[in-house]
Write a protein that binds this ligand. Structure first.
Ligand SMILES: CC(C)(COP(=O)(O)OP(=O)(O)OC[C@H]1O[C@@H](n2cnc3c(N)ncnc32)[C@H](O)[C@@H]1OP(=O)(O)O)[C@@H](O)C(=O)NCCC(=O)NCCS
Length: 173
């Protein structure tokens, strides 16, 4: 378990289902994401997959939730995908709690965990240039923009989408 001033950050578990559905099923919240929103059924499968991955000897996928210390409500998820000595980080949170600095607070802590406890050398994050809140989180966590790729193509829910992709990075000091 990781901690910040206002948050507990811990591995996801089955009990988080209800809180995650509150933001994970929301169309607006997932509008800039490839794998969200999800149906309740998909969230159930997702949580089970996360638990299986984190239970393996060398996990390549860590899924954390951030929980308010004050109420214990789960208000967001942070994903770390491990690729040898590099990790890709991603996030999503409940829109009732946006713009209070919660995600930056959590991501800063997860980045230090990835460097210090998982021995990662580099952490990357990507988003569309329309997702200002997301790249603000990257900037508030001292990540630097390393590339901008216009008209990047990806598949979202079976449909090809095109967006301007920003990539940010932070290296271990
Ligand atoms: C991205 C997300 C996790 C941010 O969570 P959050 O807890 O609101 O993040 P923080 O409060 O730590 O930081 C957000 C920053 O963006 C700023 N911001 C948000 N919208 C903005 C806008 N339209 N213009 C300028 N700044 C904006 C906020 O003011 C804040 O900066 P500040 O603290 O300097 O004022 C949340 O918006 C979210 O879940 N979005 C939907 C899912 C998603 O898109 N995930 C990322 C996919 S790449």
């Amino acid at each position: 378990m990781l901690e910040t001033e206002r948050l507990i950050i811990r591995p996801i578990n089955e009990m988080d289902f209800k809180d995650i559905c509150q933001y994970g099923c929301d169309e607006e919240t997932g509008q800039y994401m490839i794998y969200w929103p999800k149906s309740k059924e998909q969230i159930k499968v997702f949580i089970n997959d996360c638990i299986t991955s984190m239970g393996s000897e060398y996990p390549t996928w860590y899924e954390y939730v951030m929980q308010l210390k004050s109420t214990l409500k789960v208000i967001g998820n942070i994903t770390l995908e491990i690729k040898k000595l590099e990790a890709e980080i991603g996030w999503i949170s409940n829109k009732k709690y946006w713009n209070n600095g919660y995600m930056s607070e959590a991501v800063n802590r997860v980045i230090s965990f990835a460097f210090n406890d998982l021995s990662m050398c580099k952490i990357m994050a990507t988003c569309t240039d329309k997702n200002i809140a997301s790249y603000k989180v990257m900037e508030k966590c001292n990540m630097k923009r390393i590339s901008e790729e216009n008209n990047h193509k990806s598949i979202r829910q079976g449909i090809e989408v095109t967006y301007n992709k920003l990539t940010y990075c932070i290296s271990r000091k």
